[in-house]
Design a binder for this molecule. Structure first.
Ligand code: NAG
Ligand code: NAG
Ligand code: NAG
Ligand code: NAG
Ligand code: NAG
Ligand code: NAG
Ligand code: NAG
Ligand code: NAG
Ligand code: NAG
Length: 609
């Protein structure tokens, strides 16, 4: 009670004092602090935050530098309401219910540097709303419901450096929307239904350095999307769940140092669109379903220092993936599906300072020995990698290893080709041969095949290395003969096994290659023919071929004979199974619905009688 009275008294005195000082300063027309605001007369700040205001107070001090009107219920900003606040530097209208901003609402705020209108209900900004703000540097209109930017919306903001327009519902940006923004350096855009990059509008922003896009409704980033933004250094595209590819020339004209494409739907690293970005330092492709970083394809990014690919689907990082990147010092691939990361992926691990490798199903073997050995020099971001797939080291933290036990724990076993019994195959031309090669080792070795000229064989073609390790030679030709080499290799070394193939040519093959080809097309037309299985057809073709070779006249006669034989045989078969005569009659009687049917039925009944 007493305390209340005391406070009341003090307040009264305070008010009296304020009034008194106000009176002494009336020559300067200094106004008192508006109700529901708190004024800091030293810093010239007016804090009307949480004041339950529904309009902007009228009696504001003219020399205020900061006016904070956040968390009120202001719905409308009327024409020239701030006219008198010529000294104001900072106006914060965030978190209100603003839906209408009238023309020239901010007119007279000639010193204003910062204007915040975030988290309101603006749907449209009328052209001319921002008139009379010659010194404005930062405009924050994020988290509104803005649908379009009309032509000349920002026309008078020649000093503006940064627009924050994230979290809106932008559908369209007019071609001249950014006209007049001659100083704009940073632009944050967000449009869930923006189905095209506003190329034309962006060409106005000749000094833009940083561009952020969120929620673009594109599946492919088109060619020349940004090609007038020659000063752009940072491009961020995020939360574009439709974006699957970047066209080859989509980043043409840019000279970026930082590129982020996060939370999109890229399934591969966009090597081609990136390769001209020789000044790129920072690349973030996190949260894309990228499964593989190929070897030797990022070498053009000479100055790249950081690659972030967190939360992707990475299964493998190829040998030489970061070859040529002499400044590379950070790799963050946490939360992927990597079983290993080989030292051969890097140009040199000496430059590597930070490595995010946690939350991957790592197989702890000799391939990761380098990580353990360097753990004192590497920053794992507080989460060191753990072994998950090798049984005896399950759940081990990389920092748990002591220097002594490391080499004994992280081991690999050299590959060993199983079942080394000699495979010497002699076949006739046209047959299909399969050689087997099966290897064990830790990690599981990869099996490849070399041809007699010691060149690697691919998985496609007539002679191909199958995914299960076998080598398949289809429709063997004499020139296929020779010694093939199976090589099984893993991080610990390699093992090899030679096999030999000898293909017997038909004596006639050199004489009559043309016609023979035609005949031999028969076995090739039926896939899955194996060297061990002989088709009865082969005997016939052989016979025919031989006959052609020896006696051309007799051969033609015998061909005719064989054909006639076949023909007569097949005719005979048709006779046996023929049911043709029966079918049309039934069909006719059933389809003739009208008079004919009546006739037939009548005749039928007559016979019956
Ligand atoms: C402004 O006033 C509100 C409500 O009294 C208070 O919570 C906030 O801290 C003040 N802000 C500043 C910058 O003084
Ligand atoms: C205005 O006040 C709110 C809270 O009262 C605060 O969060 C905000 O930063 C202030 N704005 C400025 C420009 O100081
Ligand atoms: C954007 O598109 C989605 C569906 O494609 C629709 O549901 C949503 O209302 C649209 N938003 C706007 C602001 O047009
Ligand atoms: C992402 O891409 C895959 C194909 O690469 C497609 O099946 C999927 O629907 C895409 N996701 C979205 C959200 O478009
Ligand atoms: C984009 O440019 C590349 C390279 O010039 C070209 O191959 C591709 O067809 C272009 N794509 C479109 C959609 O025009
Ligand atoms: C590209 O940017 C780098 C620095 O970011 C600069 O040194 C270089 O001159 C620029 N190149 C061109 C062609 O503008
Ligand atoms: C990798 O990125 C994730 C997510 O951004 C972060 O939490 C983690 O600290 C980073 N790791 C390193 C080593 O920088
Ligand atoms: C490998 O696949 C081929 C064709 O699918 C098959 O013929 C061969 O028997 C397979 N080899 C092994 C070792 O399973
Ligand atoms: C197999 O290992 C040897 C050294 O042990 C190496 O010289 C050779 O190049 C390797 N061969 C292949 C195909 O990797």
């Amino acid at each position: 009670m007493f305390e209340g009275i005391a406070v009341h008294k003090r307040l009264c005195w305070g008010v009296f004092y304020l009034l008194a000082t106000g009176v002494t300063l009336t020559s300067e027309t200094r106004r008192p602090c508006p109700q529901s605001c708190r004024c800091n007369t030293e810093l010239l700040e007016v804090n009307c935050s949480y004041g339950q205001l529904s309009t902007v107070p009228n009696d504001l001090s003219q020399d205020a530098k900061l006016l904070n009107l956040t968390h009120n219920n202001i719905k409308t900003l009327v024409h020239q309401h701030f006219q008198t606040l010529t000294q104001l530097l900072d106006l914060d209208l965030s978190d209100n219910l603003l839906a209408v901003v009238e023309l020239e609402a901010f007119h007279g705020l000639q010193s204003l540097l910062t204007l915040r209108l975030a988290r309101n209900h603006l749907k449209i900004i009328p052209v001319g709303a921002f008139a009379g703000l010659p010194n404005l540097q930062l405009l924050d209109i994020s988290s509104n419901e803005i649908l379009v930017f009309l032509d000349f919306t920002f026309h008078d903001l020649a000093a503006l450096q940064c627009i924050k327009a994230a979290d809106n519902d932008l559908v369209f940006i007019s071609n001249q929307a950014f006209t007049g923004l001659t100083s704009l350096q940073e632009l944050h855009l967000d449009g869930c239904n923006l189905t095209a990059v506003p190329k034309e509008a962006l060409t106005q922003l000749s000094v833009l350095r940083s561009l952020h896009f969120r929620r673009l409704g594109l599946t492919t980033l088109p060619n020349y999307s940004f090609h007038h933004l020659v000063r752009l250094k940072e491009l961020v595209i995020s939360h574009c769940s439709w974006l699957e590819t970047l066209s080859g020339n989509s980043l043409f004209g840019l000279n970026l140092t930082s590129l982020t494409i996060r939370h999109c739907n890229l399934s591969a690293i966009p090597y081609i669109p990136l390769h001209h970005l020789v000044y790129l330092v920072f690349l973030d492709l996190s949260f894309n379903p990228i499964s593989y970083i190929q070897g030797n394809l990022l070498g053009d990014l000479l100055r790249l220092q950081e690659l972030h690919l967190v939360g992707g689907s990475l299964l493998r990082i190829g040998i030489g993936a970061f070859r040529g990147l002499t400044h590379f010092n950070l790799l963050n691939v946490s939360r992927n599906l990597l079983t290993t990361l080989e030292v051969g992926a890097f140009q040199s691990v000496d430059t590597l300072k930070t490595l995010g490798l946690d939350s991957n199903p790592l197989a702890c073997d000799c391939r990761l020995l380098w990580v353990v050995r360097r753990h004192l020099y590497l920053d794992f971001g507080g989460k060191s990698p753990t072994c998950t797939t090798s049984v005896h080291l399950q759940g081990w933290d990389f920092l748990d290893f002591s220097e002594v036990e490391i080499p004994g724990l992280l081991t690999c076993h050299q590959p060993r080709i199983l079942n080394r019994k000699p495979q010497d195959v002699k076949v006739d031309q046209g047959h299909t041969v399969v050689f087997y090669c099966n290897a064990e080792g830790d990690p599981l070795p990869s099996v490849s095949w070399l041809n007699p000229q010691l060149r690697p064989l691919s998985a496609i073609g007539r002679i191909r290395a199958l995914s299960n390790g076998s080598l398949e030679v289809r429709y063997a030709q004499p020139q296929d003969s020779g010694t093939y080499l199976c090589v099984a290799s893993n991080a610990a070394g390699n093992d090899s096994l030679p096999v030999s193939l000898h293909v017997r040519a038909f004596p006639s093959s050199s004489k009559n290659p043309f016609r023979l080809k035609g005949w031999f097309a028969f076995p090739s037309a039926s896939p899955g023919v194996n060297g061990n299985q002989k088709l009865p057809f082969d005997v016939k073709t052989l016979l025919i071929a031989a006959t052609i070779g020896f006696l051309s006249f007799f051969s033609s006669v015998s061909i005719c004979f064989i054909f006639m034989l076949f023909w007569s045989k097949s005719k005979g078969q048709i006779k046996h199974t023929a049911t043709i005569a029966y079918v049309p009659r039934g069909a006719m009687s059933s389809s003739n619905g009208g008079t004919g049917n009546y006739m037939e039925t009548s005749r039928f009944t007559m016979k019956l009688i």
